[in-house]
Design a protein around this ligand. Structure first.
Ligand SMILES: Cc1cc2nc3c(=O)[nH]c(=O)nc-3n(C[C@H](O)[C@H](O)[C@H](O)COP(=O)(O)O)c2cc1C
Length: 207
């Protein structure tokens, strides 16, 4: 079911930086949330701090979520319980806000651990006549991308194409990045530019 203006908007906020008080990506996701809540003061917000450390896939998790999905044992069900909760939370969102620092030219393992929990066949994506399609109802994700020196969209930025492909695969067609890359060189200026980009966003997109 798509978002209807008669229902309160449901925003899922995800942060993946292990830094807290001094985190630039969290500062900018704060800014983005304030921007969204200005337009949608009635919105429900769910916040997930991915840097608390989600579990790595274990054997019962893999068996229960991939190989024995039709008849999981109680141990497999227990191992996939958090994944079920995270997927349900994501499926309930109309808009996703994500803080994403670049680590070693790609996404940080805090976020990748989340991806391994929420990408589930028959839950967040499926196949119709052999064609893969996403099952999320959210139509927009706003990603604050921070980095030290890796330029967003450069040849060695594997985080941006990966994040775009991921969300589009799960059904979110509008994937918009807030560019805060290159903080090593000019943190203040880049943060100011990213704040200005957030102010200028047309939020949210439900197309
Ligand atoms: C383990 C690690 C790997 C990193 N790898 C990169 C990298 O490949 N490219 C880059 O530009 N910055 C890299 N950085 C810098 C982070 O991208 C930067 O600290 C982060 O985006 C700042 O956002 P934050 O303040 O929200 O944590 C790395 C930082 C750490 C801790």
């Amino acid at each position: 079911m798509n978002y209807s203006p008669n229902q309160p908007l449901h925003i899922l906020r995800l942060d993946s930086s292990p830094r807290r008080a001094d985190s630039v990506s969290r500062h900018l996701t704060d800014h983005l949330m304030a921007r969204l809540l200005r337009d949608y003061p009635e919105a429900n917000v769910t916040t997930r701090d991915l840097a608390v450390g989600l579990p790595l896939p274990t054997e019962p998790f893999v068996e229960g979520s991939v190989y024995a999905m039709q008849n999981p044992t109680p141990a497999m069900q227990a191992a996939t319980q958090l994944s079920d909760e995270l997927a349900a939370e994501l499926l309930a969102a109309d808009v996703v806000v994500l803080g994403l620092p670049v680590y070693n030219w790609t996404v940080p393992s805090t976020f990748k651990a989340y991806v391994d929990q929420i990408v589930r066949l028959g839950v967040t994506f499926g196949y119709v006549d052999g064609v893969r399609h996403g099952l999320l109802r959210a139509r927009s994700v706003y990603i604050v991308l921070t980095s030290g020196g890796t330029g967003m969209g450069s040849d060695v930025d594997f985080a941006t194409p990966y994040a775009r492909f991921l969300w589009q695969t799960l059904g979110i067609q509008h994937v918009e990045f807030i560019d805060a890359a290159g903080l090593l060189f000019s943190a203040e200026e880049i943060t100011r530019k990213a704040e200005a980009q957030i102010e200028q966003l047309v939020l949210p997109v439900f197309a």
